[in-house]
Design a protein around this ligand. Structure first.
Ligand SMILES: [Zn+2]
Length: 97
């Protein structure tokens, strides 16, 4: 037999995002989405210059534009993935012949 007790769980949610490059607060969009930023999270392997450290940073859209403007090879926009229409359901093979 098990007996249960009530526990409270805590979770975290993003309260604010600040651009690491310019220090600006990244504003929420009309519907509350924070989609005008880039988030990078990189764990460097041992033996690299950062030897096992994890680096995380966020950039606003303007700083992202400045960053990629310095790239020798610009990021390629990927084509939009087309919606896959649902396959029609196959008919069950009939035993009747
Ligand atoms: Zn910025």
């Amino acid at each position: 037999m098990k007996t249960f007790k009530t526990v409270q769980l805590q979770s975290q949610e993003v309260e604010q995002i600040v651009c690491n490059m310019c220090g600006c607060v990244i504003q929420k969009e009309t519907f509350g989405y924070l989609d005008t930023f880039v988030s990078v999270n990189k764990t460097w392997n041992y033996g690299t210059g950062w030897d096992g450290e994890t680096h995380s940073f966020d950039l606003c859209e303007g700083c992202y534009d400045k960053l990629i403007a310095g790239f020798k090879i610009a990021p390629k926009p990927t084509p939009e993935i087309p919606c896959i229409e649902q396959e029609p359901e196959c008919e069950e093979p009939s035993d009747k012949s």
